[in-house]
Ligand binder design. Sequence first.
Ligand SMILES: [Zn+2]
Length: 278
Amino acid sequence: MDRKLLLIILDGVPYRNFRRLFGNLEGWVASGEARVWTHRSVLPSTSASCYASIHTGVTPQDHGCTGNANVFRLKQDDVFSQVRKGGGTTGAVAHSFWSQFFNRSPFDVVRDIEYDEPESTTINHGRFHTMTGYGLINQMTPSDVDLFATLTNLCTRFDLNYGMLHTCTLDSMGHRFFHDCQEMDHACFVMDEMLAPFIPRWRAMGYEVIVTADHGQDARGHHGGRDPLQQETALYYFGAGEGPAAGEVIDQLQLAPTILSRLGAPVAETMKAASFLR
Ligand SMILES: [Zn+2]
């Protein structure tokens, strides 16, 4: 496999926060470097259920993850396993749920916090964190610049074909402070500024880049249901693929087949949605 793609998931960012507050991403949309669409999550619009659907391309009603208290090794093929079948190398910098879903469960905090497994049929290079002790007054999230740097480090050292990064910072901020406040304005501004220098760097390394969230959040920082504020986020794409018209809505189940198509990896039979890029 000679193609490369990075998926950056900023947990819990509603569409309007991306479009209103991420000035670097929006600047690249304005300059033509990036395209942006609405991305609608599955139901429930709960984090773990969305992670599982983003990577398997099937609904929670099919994969069976009904929420954050129900995390297990999924049965379906997923983006990591399909990239491996296509001959590519994979990496992840993410919450430990991603390791449990796509590599092994339960999560052993010592064994699984960091691994390099060149023969793995799923995740070759994993760097995880658990957020143990997370609550409203202590987010327990690493600095996002550390996560972006760790992904870049893996790309450099192991020449990843597919890398996935996931961070809960903004989801935690939204649950704590809601959205019409100085704290959230600042948190989104800082995230955009921390992420921005990495994007041209990743592009120069030959990566296509997708930046999105797993779901949105409503005015009270809630998500899980069908409210558009809870389900809808933005999806930014940097790459040579042709996408749909502006204003079209991307279904969350389209992410897995799209990523695999861009990489030239086999799309699993269970992934029935169409790629949104060609
Ligand atoms: Zn989430």
